[in-house]
Design a protein around this ligand. Structure first.
Ligand code: AMP
Length: 215
């Protein structure tokens, strides 16, 4: 089963991808994770992409496409994969079509207000990095980390105005990609306006309905 996961920042794509990867026994391929790992290991590829990733700019298509080609054609993706964070441009979507056949593209949908509430409620421990949510996963003592007692802060890019802007950029950038899969008849919209425990069964139902029951 070869899947592409699409959706705005903060919709929970990474969480859904990890669960589906575990349930179906196929790898979760995140181009962002690959780049961060290569940067950490200071490889040739890491050096090439570092400045783009640090500035939050898109890595040039030629580089990303080669990385994705290599991993998708490798042994570990023989039974399938979940691609997360790719494609981000129409050129990447077209290149993917040449590399392998995609069975389904899952488009996670939630109203902007829901995403803004979710992301802007997020708090991070400035000492140990633990993540909380003021409503859905509050710390025992407000503003203090349960694990290490460190002060909880809100990341700059989790602030409502910034999230709103990122959503606008996303909608503009991804419209052609979503249309690309929709015209091919392989796009499935998944309602992601609830919490992960509600969304994951929805994904499994949709996959089942399209001929991919869990093993
Ligand atoms: P992410 O974790 O998916 O937000 O990716 C982190 C960073 O990696 C992005 O801000 C880009 O700099 C780079 N990146 C990841 N995937 C792609 C892609 N498909 N095309 C271009 N750049 C990418």
């Amino acid at each position: 089963m070869r899947l592409v996961f699409l959706g705005p920042p903060g919709v929970g794509k990474g969480t859904y991808a990890s669960s589906i990867s575990r349930i179906y026994g196929i790898p979760h391929i995140s181009t962002g994770d690959i780049f961060r790992e290569e940067i950490k290991k200071e490889t040739e590829l890491g050096k090439k992409v570092k400045s783009y990733v640090e500035k939050g700019e898109l890595v040039p298509d030629e580089i990303v496409i080669e990385v994705v080609r290599k991993v998708l054609l490798s042994e570990k993706c023989k039974k399938g994969f979940i691609l997360d964070g790719y494609p981000r441009t129409l050129k990447q979507a077209e290149a993917l079509d040449q590399i392998t056949k995609i069975d389904l593209a899952l488009n996670f949908v939630a109203p902007d207000e829901v995403i803004i509430e979710r992301v802007s409620g997020r708090r991070v421990c400035s000492k140990c990095g633990a993540i909380y949510h003021i409503k859905y996963m509050p710390p025992k003592v407000p503003g203090k980390c349960d694990k290490c007692g460190g002060p909880l802060i809100q990341r700059e890019d989790d602030k409502p105005e910034v999230v709103k802007h990122r959503l606008e950029v996303y909608r503009k950038q991804f419209k052609p990609i979503i249309d690309f899969y929709r015209v091919r008849g392989i796009l499935i919209d998944i309602d992601a306006s609830d919490q992960a425990p509600q969304v994951i069964p929805r994904i499994i139902e949709a996959l089942k309905a399209h001929g991919f029951p869990p093993p």
